[in-house]
Ligand binder design. Structure first.
Ligand code: CA
Length: 527
């Protein structure tokens, strides 16, 4: 109700200003700023606010401590570009046209930053974009973005469409750009929405100069399912190509140095990795011992990249406090999906299984969100666009499939909030050989349909009795009524969301989703 009154008074102000011929943009002057911090492939298992057993993230924890942490933020399609398109549009992949990495985002369609501009916001995006370079990001007053995946060091970037070159560590550089925009480039008389988006901790997890030897002296605990044999699940879990044991390359494992470092960067890199690599070669590991070594190397590098993100997010939070912006700025932290940190023997994402379905989501909104609150509602990046528009007092287009989270942020979950969630992954054939699937979850039970002609299988899990999703219960008598209800709910959701019976394009090919292009991957070889 409070919100409606605010919108109403905002509209009155706009009308009044309109009468006097003043730009309606001024009407939003006291609206909250939005700082959207976004990372790539950040597993909530590596955020201490989410209970990480393997690292500490003090800056990210601060957002949770001073805001709301969401435990059930589910992505509609667990892969990089598609989730970014979902966020821009508030629509599922089959509606926004971006189904797999390698698709080109149609920037002509309505997106939330365009609508925020109309509502009087100035908008900017710095860092990873990953929706294609065929046109600059649409709906932004300022953009400085990586090209494609972008490298971890010395990234070329597109500044408002023009190529510029940076020297340094990409996580630091993106943060410098975000701070520079906040300090010097924006108009302080307008509310802002800044998307501050990291490449990290995406594959292939190259640590920054300050973290090259972090964790050298510790052993990171292994997940219980590191040596999963996939009994209890169907064909797809057995035929994937995303295992620590078999899929990782020499460059993933840092048995070769990155090719694009400056002499100084390379010297620091080699000083950190050469002694460790020498010891590894001399040990001549095989079997489980080799997998254990790869896990340690992988997860330590991943956590080093996370440490840099945390440190840099801390710099930005400090600036918000020092500048006085913090009081009227909503800080959102999220990632494009979750990730496997050795669970099921895997890295990467894509599956509707928990680690990749869930993504971290925390919101600090001083005076509105109760500090330290934890939410269990089923929410999604699908809801971000509607939420940001609601915050700005702008109208939410009727065809957006997400819904504003503002009532939930105020601690008042609407009675008709969603109780189930629809998921759909399309990228097969593609990287890592994860089969196309869709499914439904209610937060406890999960029904998954792998729906291709040659692999047409169902799986059903009960997270209460089987939190690691090791034993599919599909077809078992004890759960027949649950299965029947989920099947009906799945059909209802597919109708409601207008999911086509046949996938939108018959010629989907997974595009480049890792730093090793197909050409470099074939060269990389196995360690
Ligand atoms: Ca990603």
């Amino acid at each position: 109700m409070t919100h409606r009154i605010r919108v109403f008074s905002l509209m009155a102000t706009v009308c009044l200003l309109g009468t006097f011929g003043v730009s309606s943009k001024l009407g939003a002057a006291d609206a909250p700023n939005i700082l959207f911090i976004f990372t790539d492939d950040h597993a909530s298992q590596s955020i201490s606010a989410y209970g990480s057993q393997i690292n500490q993230t003090p800056a990210l924890d601060r957002i949770a401590r001073e805001g709301m942490l969401f435990r059930r933020c589910y992505v509609p399609n667990s892969i990089c570009g598609p989730v970014r398109a979902v966020i821009q549009t508030g629509k599922y992949s089959h509606k926004n046209g971006f189904l797999v990495n390698g698709n080109k985002f149609d920037g002509h369609q309505p997106t939330f930053p365009k609508l925020l501009q109309k509502a009087g916001y100035q908008t900017a995006v710095v860092g990873k974009w990953h929706l294609g370079e065929h046109m600059p990001p649409q709906g932004y007053d300022y953009s400085e973005v990586l090209i494609g995946q972008g490298p971890y060091y010395n990234p070329p970037m597109l500044k408002n469409g023009q190529r510029v070159k940076h020297v340094g560590y990409t996580t630091d550089i993106i943060t410098d750009l975000a701070l520079d925009w906040l300090k010097r480039k924006r108009d302080p008389n307008q509310p802002f929405m800044l998307m501050y988006q990291h490449k990290a901790p995406h594959r292939n997890w190259q640590p920054g100069p300050r973290h090259l030897t972090l964790y050298d002296d510790v052993t990171i605990p292994e997940p219980e399912t590191l040596f999963d044999n996939y009994a209890g699940r169907g064909t797809p879990a057995k035929t994937q190509d995303m295992s620590i044991a078999k899929t990782m390359t020499a460059s993933d494992l840092k048995l070769e140095a990155p090719k694009n470092l400056t002499p100084e960067q390379l010297k620091a890199w080699n000083a950190a990795y050469e002694p460790k690599n020498r010891a590894f070669r001399e040990a001549n590991l095989t079997g489980d011992a080799l997998v254990r070594w790869k896990y340690q190397r992988y997860v330590k590098d991943y956590l080093r990249c996370v440490a840099s993100v945390d440190e840099n997010v801390g710099r930005v939070l400090d600036y918000l406090s020092e500048s006085g912006l913090a009081d009227n700025t909503i800080v959102v932290y999220s990632s494009d999906q979750g990730f496997y940190l050795g669970e099921h023997g895997w890295f990467d994402k894509r599956w509707m299984y928990e680690e990749s379905l869930r993504t971290p989501f925390m919101v600090r909104w001083p005076g509105v969100v109760e500090a330290g609150s934890i939410n269990q509602d089923i929410v999604s990046p699908l809801d971000f666009a509607a939420t940001f528009l609601d915050v700005a007092g702008a109208e939410i287009p009727g065809d957006m499939q997400g819904r504003s989270l503002v009532p939930i942020l105020r601690g008042q979950t609407p009675g008709d909030w969603r109780k189930t969630f629809y998921y759909h992954y399309y990228e097969f054939p593609g990287w890592h050989d994860v089969r196309r699937h869709y499914g439904v979850t209610d937060g406890r039970y999960k029904l998954i349909h792998f729906y291709e002609d040659d692999v047409n299988e169902w799986e059903l899990y009960d997270l209460e009795t089987d939190p690691h999703e090791l034993q599919s219960l599909y077809g078992s008598r004890q759960i027949a009524s649950v299965q029947q209800n989920l099947l009906a709910e799945l059909q209802r959701l597919r109708r409601e969301l207008a999911v086509p019976e046949v996938d939108p394009s018959a010629s989907l090919r997974g595009g480049q989703d890792n730093p090793n292009s197909p050409a470099t991957r074939s060269r990389a070889g196995k360690p």
